[in-house]
Structures are given as C-alpha cells and as structure tokens.
Design a protein around this ligand. Structure first.
Ligand SMILES: [Zn+2]
Length: 96
C-alpha cells in the first residue's frame, strides 16, 4: 500500500497553540533512527548523514504516532497516546 499524504486532524475551531514560536524552529534534541539503517550506513562510502540515508514515514495511527522505516519496512517506534488527545502545533514557520 502506498502511503498518501494526509492533513493534520482538524476541528471546527483551531486550538490555541501551546508552544512558544521558537518551538517551530528545528529544536530536535534526540533524533529517532532506524538501527538497521544506522548499521548499514557505517559501511557505506562516501559517508552521508543518517538523515539523508533514512527513508522514514511519520504519521498518526489509531493508537498514536508511528515512525516507520520505508527502507526496511519496519517499525522504528510507535508512541501510544493511551487515548489521550495531546496538544499539537501545526503552525508552519518558514525558514530560509
Ligand atoms: Zn531502516
């Protein structure tokens, strides 16, 4: 099955953002990576970044949010929201 792009969940009234505007910049402190991709990459020349090598899909599921390795067709992580509806900020901050 080919994944299709989806829109973020919508509601009749957009929730008030809870994050500061700085949070819309790249603030990732710990990347999620496929361990098999990382292992393969160690033997590949010329060297490239894991970000460039990885083929990752991220999306919402009935349980929460899943990170999927397209290259290995394997789950990397599936975060269970436990039924909670967590605040999410879909505002887009363009960077140049
Ligand atoms: Zn992988």
């Amino acid at each position: 099955m080919t994944p299709t792009p989806t829109s973020p969940p919508t509601s009749s009234s957009a929730p008030t953002p809870t994050l500061p505007i700085e949070a819309l910049s790249l603030t990732i402190e710990s990347y999620v990576a496929c361990t098999k991709c990382a292992a393969e990459l160690a033997d590949i020349e010329p060297k490239q970044s894991l970000q460039d090598y990885a083929q990752i899909d991220v999306g919402f599921t009935r349980w929460g949010i899943q990170v999927w390795c397209r290259r290995h067709r394997a789950n990397i992580v599936h975060i269970d929201f436990g039924g909670a509806q967590l605040p999410a900020d879909f505002r887009r901050l363009e960077t140049s």
